[in-house]
Design a protein around this ligand. Structure first.
Ligand code: GCB
Length: 591
C-alpha cells in the first residue's frame, strides 16, 4: 500500500487535530448508532495520540472495549473527477470507519494502515460526518494475544502477555487524499550492485502505460525506462548505508498519475557469521525501542522522532529493532533518510503463555493449542506479515523481517505454527533475511525455530534475570550459551536484548542492581562476551528509553531498562555506550 503523498498529480489533506471522543463503557455504540449523528460527549481527543493518558479518569485509561472518534470532513470541490480516500495509518487494535453512519471499512491489527474510498460516497463540495470506532481488545486469536477477564467486581480487565502498556486509539495520522481516476496502486523496488553499477529493479502496478525516471539527490536524471517492469542501471552508484544515506528518487508516471519513491541502492546478505551490507560485514549497534512517550503514549510525534534519532546518532547507534510491532511510516522514512538500519518486527509478541501464566503456582498454559494460540491466530499473523511487507518493502533501512518476539519456541506446535510464516515472508520478499527473536527459556538445544532463520536474534539477561548482582557468573553463563548457539547452528547471532533496570539518579558505591553503576558494569560485562565471538553480528541494548508497562511487582511505574529516561535524558550507561560505539565505526571490535 503506497503512503499518500502530495505531488502535482495527487492531493493530501491532514485530518489530524482535535476530534470528538466518547468511551463506550456499556458497549452500546453500535446498537445506538453513535456513528449516525454527532456524538453526545464533551470529551475531546488529540489525533494522533493514544487516548489512555490524556484524561484524569482512571476508567478511561483502563477501559476495555470500544471508543468512538468523530469529526467533520469536507471533500474539496477540486476533487471532482478524481478518486479519493480516507486513510487511517493505525487504529489499535481494531478500527471501523463510518461516513454519515454507514460503515465503509473494518480492519483488525493495530499497527497497519487501512483506507476507505469516498469517491462515490461523498460528493465534491459536500460535508460528511467521519466516525472511527476503535477497540483495544486482545484475545487468544489476535496479534498480539491477550485475554479479557471479568473480575469479581464485574470490572473487565485486559490481560496480556507482553511487557508494555496496551496503549490504544488513533496513534497515527488520518488523511484524506486524492489520486487521478487511473492511479498507480503499487510500486516495488529491489536493488542490486554489479561492480560500481547499481541496478534498481522496479515494478509499477497501474492500468495505464508506465514510465519511470531515476533522479539523483540533486534532481538530475540518472536513468529512465518505459514499461511497468524493468531494470534501471546507475553507473558509479552511490550506495546507501549508515553514515552515507544517499537517496535517489524514482518518479513513476502513468497517465495522469505520478508517484515519487525514495530509493537507496544497497544489498543485504548473511554469511555464516556476519551480516553483510553492500558486501561488507557490518556490526549492528543500537537498541530495541518502543513508540512510547509521556502523555501521547504511542502517538506519533515528529518532534520526538527527530529527537530520538538525534540521540541515536549521539550515542553511536547504527540500527534498531521495531520491538514489538511495526512503527509509524514516518519513522521508516526517517531511518532511510538518516542511514539507520532497521529490523522490522511484527506485533507477534507475548506468544508464550507458560512464561506469564505459571508464576504463582497456577499450572502453566500450553501456548499453541486450539483453545490458546491457534490456526486463526496464525492466519491473523499471516495477514499482518503480508500487510507489513506491502507497507515497508521499499525502505532501504529495513534489513530484515522479524516474525515474532520471544515465542515459546521450545514448545510443541511452535514449528508447525511458525514455519509457514517464515516461508510466507521469504516468498513475499526474497531480497531480505528473515529472523525471529529467541527467548532465554528456549536455548539452542530446545528451540524449534532457529532452523528457519537466516540469522538468530537472542534476548539475554545474564546479570539481571539470571545471575542477578553477579556479573562474574553472568559472563561464564553467557559465554557458554553463545558457544552452544554458534556450534549448533553456525549462523550469525544478533543480541537483540540485554539490559538492566536502572533508576535514574540511584547510585551505589558497591554498584548494586538498579543503580546507574550497575547498568554500566552490566553493559561492560556483556560487551566483553560479545567481543569474544565472531558470530555475534550486533548488539541492541534493551531499551533505548524507559517505557510504560502495565503495573506489576517487577515494574516501578514502568520498565526502567532505558539507557535514556522516558523524557530522554541520559543515564550513565548512555556515556558508556557512546564511548564504545562511536569508536567502532560500524565494525566489530578486533579480537
Ligand atoms: C524481554 C521482552 C521485553 C521486555 C524485557 C524486560 O525479553 O522481549 O518486551 O520488556 O524482556 O525488560 O523484561
Amino acid at each position: 500500500m503506497l503512503k499518500p503523498q502530495l505531488n502535482p498529480a495527487r492531493s493530501l489533506i491532514s485530518l489530524d487535530g482535535i476530534w470528538d471522543f466518547k468511551v463506550d463503557f456499556n458497549d452500546e455504540g453500535f446498537n445506538q448508532n453513535w456513528a449516525g449523528s454527532t456524538l453526545d460527549t464533551d470529551l475531546d481527543v488529540a489525533v494522533p495520540s493514544s487516548y489512555n493518558e490524556l484524561f484524569t479518569q482512571r476508567e478511561i485509561r483502563e477501559h476495555v472495549g470500544w471508543v468512538w472518534y468523530q469529526r467533520e470532513l469536507v471533500v474539496p470541490k477540486g476533487f471532482a473527477g478524481q478518486r479519493y480516500f480516507v486513510r487511517v495509518a493505525a487504529a489499535t487494535h481494531e478500527g471501523k470507519l463510518f461516513i454519515n453512519g454507514k460503515e465503509l471499512v473494518s480492519h483488525v491489527g493495530g499497527y497497519m494502515p487501512f483506507e476507505a474510498e469516498l469517491t462515490n460516497v461523498v460528493a465534491p463540495g459536500e460535508v460528511a460526518l467521519l466516525t472511527i470506532a476503535v477497540s483495544n481488545v486482545l484475545t487468544n486469536e489476535t496479534i498480539p494475544p491477550g485475554e479479557v477477564q471479568v473480575l469479581q467486581t464485574g470490572r473487565k480487565e485486559q490481560y496480556y502477555y507482553h511487557d508494555f502498556f496496551n496503549y490504544a486509539g488513533l496513534a497515527r495520522s488520518v488523511e484524506l487524499y486524492s489520486t487521478p481516476m487511473n492511479a498507480i496502486s503499487d510500486i516495488t523496488v529491489v536493488t542490486t550492485v554489479k561492480g560500481s553499477t547499481g541496478v534498481v529493479s522496479y515494478e509499477v502496478v497501474s492500468a495505464g502505460e508506465v514510465s519511470v525516471r531515476l533522479l539523483d539527490a540533486k534532481g538530475n536524471e540518472v536513468a529512465s525506462a518505459q514499461g511497468s517492469k524493468g531494470d534501471l542501471e546507475v553507473a558509479d552508484a552511490k550506495l546507501w548505508g549508515p553514515g552515507h544515506p544517499y537517496l535517489y528518487q524514482l518518479v513513476a508516471t502513468s497517465g495522469e498519475d505520478q508517484y515519487n519513491l525514495n530509493v537507496g541502492i544497497r544489498t543485504i546478505e548473511v554469511s555464516a557469521t556476519q551480516i553483510l551490507l553492500n558486501g561488507k560485514p557490518i556490526y549492528l549497534t543500537g537498541f530495541g525501542m518502543h513508540e512510547d512517550h509521556l502523555v501521547k503514549g504511542k502517538g506519533h510525534d515528529n518532534a520526538f522522532l527527530v529527537n530520538d534519532f538525534e540521540l541515536l546518532k549521539w550515542v553511536g547507534a547504527n540500527s534498531f529493532r521495531t520491538s514489538h510491532y511495526p512503527y509509524a511510516e514516518e519513522v521508516m522514512d526517517y531511518a532511510d533518510k538518516h542511514g539507520i538500519l532497521v529490523i522490522d518486527e511484527t506485533a507477534a509478541v507475548g506468544m508464550n503463555l507458560a512464561l506469564t501464566s505459571g508464576i504463582f503456582g497456577t499450572p502453566p498454559k500450553t501456548t499453541f493449542s486450539p483453545e490458546t494460540i491457534n490456526g486463526n491466530s496464525q492466519a491473523a499473523l499471516a495477514s499482518q506479515i503480508r500487510e507489513l511487507i506491502a507497507r515497508d518493502k521499499n525502505h532501504p533501512s529495513v534489513i530484515a523481517w522479524s516474525i515474532t518476539n520471544e515465542p515459546a519456541s521450545e514448545e510443541e506446535g511452535a514449528d508447525t505454527y511458525f514455519e509457514p510464516l517464515f516461508k510466507l515472508a521469504r516468498e513475499l520478499d526474497p531480497s531480505r533475511p528473515v529472523t525471529y527473536v529467541n527467548v532465554m527459556m528456549a536455548p539452542f538445544s530446545k528451540c524449534k525455530l532457529a532452523q528457519f532463520a537466516d540469522f538468530i536474534c537472542l534476548n539475554r539477561y545474564y546479570g539481571w534475570y539470571v545471575n542477578h548482582n553477579d556479573l562474574d557468573s553472568a559472563i561464564l553463563g553467557y559465554r557458554a550459551e553463545l558457544k552452544g548457539w554458534v556450534e549448533t547452528f553456525g549462523k550469525p547471532l544478533v543480541i537483540t536484548e540485554y539490559g538492566a533496570d536502572t533508576l535514574p539518579g540511584a547510585h551505589s558505591i558497591h554498584a548494586l542492581p538498579w543503580s546507574e553503576e550497575y547498568q554500566v558494569n552490566f553493559l561492560k560485562a556483556s560487551h566483553q562476551v560479545h567481543d569474544e565471538f565472531e558470530s555475534v553480528a550486533g548488539e541492541h541494548v534493551w531499551n533505548f528509553a524507559d517505557f510504560q508497562t502495565k503495573p506489576g511487582i517487577f515494574r516501578v511505574l514502568g520498565n526502567k531498562k532505558g539507557v535514556f529516561t522516558r523524557d530522554r535524558q541520559p543515564k550513565a550507561a548512555a556515556y558508556e555506550l557512546r564511548d564504545r560505539w562511536t569508536k567502532l565505526g560500524n565494525q566489530k571490535p578486533k579480537r
